[in-house]
Design a binder for this molecule. Structure first.
Ligand SMILES: Nc1ncnc2c1ncn2[C@@H]1O[C@H](COP(=O)(O)OP(=O)(O)O)[C@@H](O)[C@H]1O
Ligand SMILES: [Mg+2]
Length: 362
């Protein structure tokens, strides 16, 4: 059996990589329980060779919730890396639901009556452990299927470990037809151990305090600095994230654990509008935005979208790390929109403050 998470955590502390955090240490106990249960070899069937072995008792999973930057994703990733079994998977909840919705779509196109069953069966094939990062339910189409989806996954013996910013009872809070969602909350509370990661420290903010968050000019040094920040946040992991907004798809080129990375042109040269930028601001806690150019009436559409993007990030208290051709006040010097840009420049300044984003709601 593998080394305990507690032991490996302590090694990281010894090495000076992580700070000892009592709330995180408390959360290691249930994770170690799950790891041990999953790694334990399946008992040999009793009562003769020909008796069919009963399906193994499913291992009770975990719902780890708490404020942002407390180390939920870090602990889950650490757990996922460490568990010594085949058939484990870690995926962002959003990407997972997109996969399910795409599967449903395909199954229905083939004429399946009960599309969820084959989709869940396919999903659970060979799967023993599913780690879902950032469970969050805002979409009614997701809200209406998660209950049965999770029932099918539990019935297939899949152990679910998930992180969330919210306590289960507050999932899909104020959502449409919420009464139909309540059985899912009961299911989660019943089938998963619910643990509050109540650390007082927001490590993500701590990492940025005192760090540069606005680089100008957008030269090689800026690129290297931003690459280093990205690596620090994500350890190099990252994949495109597609957000569904009013039936459209908005792609973030790189995303991992609440941190997105894009270039100005990825977000401001496409015909995106306020709803798209709000969806981005909701999905992301830190946006690394590279190569903001000088703006003018020449690139008025891009500039206008940039203003909308900054407003959305500002409203959402998203941490922005940017490289730009000039300081905020010098980005937009002539042409229609100069006046409006003053507010944007001032917001860009304010967002550079060390405390920016601390008050972001979960
Ligand atoms: N005990 C710790 N010591 C040092 N860094 C930590 C610790 N816990 C978390 N971090 C770092 O803080 C950042 C935020 O943690 P994360 O797991 O992403 O938070 P959450 O998922 O709760 O929002 C990550 O970069 C993570 O590596
Ligand atoms: Mg997280």
């Amino acid at each position: 059996m593998g080394m305990s998470l507690r032991h490996l955590y302590d090694e990281r502390i010894e090495a000076g990589e992580w700070h000892p955090d009592p709330a995180q240490i408390a959360a290691l106990a249930p994770l170690d329980r799950i790891r041990e249960a999953l790694e334990r070899p399946a008992p040999r069937p009793r009562g003769g060779l020909f008796r069919k072995a009963p399906p193994p008792e499913p291992v009770r999973g975990l719902y780890l919730w708490g404020g942002v930057g407390r180390g939920k994703s870090m602990l889950m990733d650490f757990f996922h890396r460490t568990v010594g079994i085949e058939g484990k998977r870690r995926v962002h909840f959003h990407a997972f639901m997109q996969e399910v919705q795409a599967g449903l779509h395909a199954a229905r196109a083939k004429g399946a009556d009960d599309a969820l069953k084959p989709v869940a069966a396919e999903m659970c094939k060979g799967l023993r452990l599913l780690c879902l990062d950032e469970m969050q339910i805002t979409d009614i189409t997701d809200a209406m299927i998660v209950g049965r989806l999770f029932e099918l996954m539990f019935a297939a013996g899949v152990t679910v470990v998930t992180t969330s910013n919210r306590v289960p009872a507050d999932l899909y809070k104020d959502g449409l037809q919420r009464d139909r969602f309540v059985p899912f909350i009961r299911l989660i509370e019943d089938r998963l151990e619910v643990v509050h990661l109540a650390s007082p420290t927001d490590y993500r903010q701590n990492r940025l305090t005192g760090a540069d968050v606005y680089f100008t000019p957008a030269d090689r040094l800026a690129r290297e600095a931003m690459e280093a920040i990205w690596q620090d946040f994500t350890e190099g992991a990252g994949a495109p994230l597609v957000l569904k907004v009013q039936g459209r798809e908005v792609e973030l080129p790189l995303f991992h654990n609440g941190v997105a990375r894009a270039r100005f042109w990825d977000l401001c040269a496409k015909p995106l509008g306020p709803a798209d930028y709000l969806a981005i601001a909701e999905a992301v806690r830190v946006l690394i935005l590279e190569d903001i150019p000088r703006l003018s009436s020449e690139n008025y559409n891009e500039a206008r979208r940039f203003v909308t993007l900054v407003d959305a990030l500002y409203e959402g208290r998203v941490r922005l790390i940017a490289s730009a051709a000039a300081v905020p006040e010098m980005l937009y010097l002539e042409g229609a929109g100069v006046f409006e840009f003053e507010r944007t420049a001032s917001r860009l300044r304010e967002m550079q403050g060390a405390d920016w984003g601390r008050d972001r709601a979960a």
